[in-house]
Design a protein around this ligand. Structure first.
Ligand SMILES: Nc1ncnc2c1ncn2[C@@H]1O[C@H](COP(=O)(O)OP(=O)(O)OP(=O)(O)O)[C@@H](O)[C@H]1O
Length: 322
């Protein structure tokens, strides 16, 4: 029995196309009202996972529930709860934005489709362009219209397959705000992305898919903490103190940020080393003006996990949280 605060539950999903294993023993859960990002390179299996969850294709093995309904045995109930927005906007360029929304609302037999259309146009900042043909819209506007169309009928779960691919930076930021607002309104957002900063900015939970397997899962902060060699930055009041501190920490790897009268010290990320460093400075009467822990970026984590980075490899057991 899945918990009531679980929107999506995936267990042991396998999918192959001919001889290619596209998904292998995929497991994860998504909390209601949260943003879950499935991260992976091209061909990792992200779209295949979305297609299974949105009932477009069936898994070979394993099970998945969306809002408590089984995607294989109860596809109609699942479809009632979800909407899917893909990379190729499903809008009709000949019609205006308003006409697109109203037409889809009527096709879905929504009693208040005109009213819903107006609310969505305003919410997605499309009111001014509402009566222009969509063919004249920018990529960002089309994407916003596409997403607004998927919200007709107020779904519980929204699947966004690479929602910002091909958008300019400003449109991406607008889209991020819209996605965050969706989750705040209680909708569960499941998105796939190749952009690490997107997952970092948006997602409550991130799963990294590599060659069809989930190789790491957690919040962005948790994933970043998985990498060793945490850096700490220590700022001092003057150059003399910087030099004294440097001598005291001679057995650590230390680099100098002269501009900010700071030292960057490489540690193994353990509290033990952190305490040792601060104790040494305190015992020598040095006061640290500023202290900051520099965590690895999500990109560092991603590249390390998928094995494209030099250095110490981590085993999957280290990374997957059970
Ligand atoms: N219907 C299909 N028939 C055969 N192979 C397929 C089919 N659909 C997907 N594949 C293959 O499965 C693998 C995963 O594809 P998928 O589209 O799920 O990846 P993705 O992570 O979404 O990649 P992208 O970011 O490029 O969209 C790829 O090697 C793809 O060629």
């Amino acid at each position: 029995m899945i918990q009531t605060n679980t929107a999506i539950s995936v267990s042991g999903i396998e999918k192959s196309f001919k001889n290619i294993k596209v998904l292998q023993n995929v497991n994860f859960t998504v909390r209601k009202g949260s943003i879950f990002a499935l991260l992976g390179s091209n061909g990792a299996g992200k779209t295949t996972m979305i297609k299974i969850l949105s009932t477009l294709i069936k898994p070979d093995q394993g099970s998945a529930q969306v809002c408590g309904f089984d995607v294989t045995r109860q596809p109609n109930q699942v479809r009632e709860e979800i909407s899917l927005t893909g990379q190729n906007a499903a809008v009709d360029g000949v019609l205006t934005g308003r006409e697109n929304l109203r037409m889809l609302g009527k096709l879905r037999h929504l009693p208040d489709s005109n009213q819903q259309a107006d609310v969505l146009l305003e919410r997605f900042d499309l009111l001014e362009a509402a009566d222009r043909r969509v063919a004249t819209y920018s990529g960002g506007m089309r994407r916003r219209l596409d997403l607004s169309m998927s919200l007709l009928g107020t779904p519980s779960v929204v699947f966004l397959d690479e929602p910002t691919t091909g958008l300019d930076p400003q449109s991406r930021i607008t889209m991020w705000k819209i996605i965050t607002d969706l989750a705040h309104s209680g909708i569960t957002v499941f998105l796939t992305t190749q952009y690490l900063d997107e997952a970092d900015q948006l997602a409550d939970q991130i799963a990294i898919l590599n060659n069809g397997k989930i190789v790491a899962e957690g919040t962005a902060a948790e994933l970043k903490k998985l990498l060793p060699h945490g850096h700490i930055e220590l700022s001092f009041r003057n150059e003399k103190e910087v030099q004294t501190a440097r001598d005291l920490l001679g057995d650590y790897k230390v680099s100098l940020d002269g501009e900010n009268q700071a030292l960057i010290v490489t540690t193994d990320g353990s509290i033990k080393q952190m305490t040792d460093i601060l104790n040494r400075l305190q015992n020598a009467g040095l006061s640290v003006a500023e202290f900051a822990q520099k965590l690895p970026t999500l990109e560092d984590v991603f590249l390390t996990i998928i094995g494209e980075k030099q250095g110490k490899e981590m085993s999957n057991d280290d990374l997957i949280r059970n």
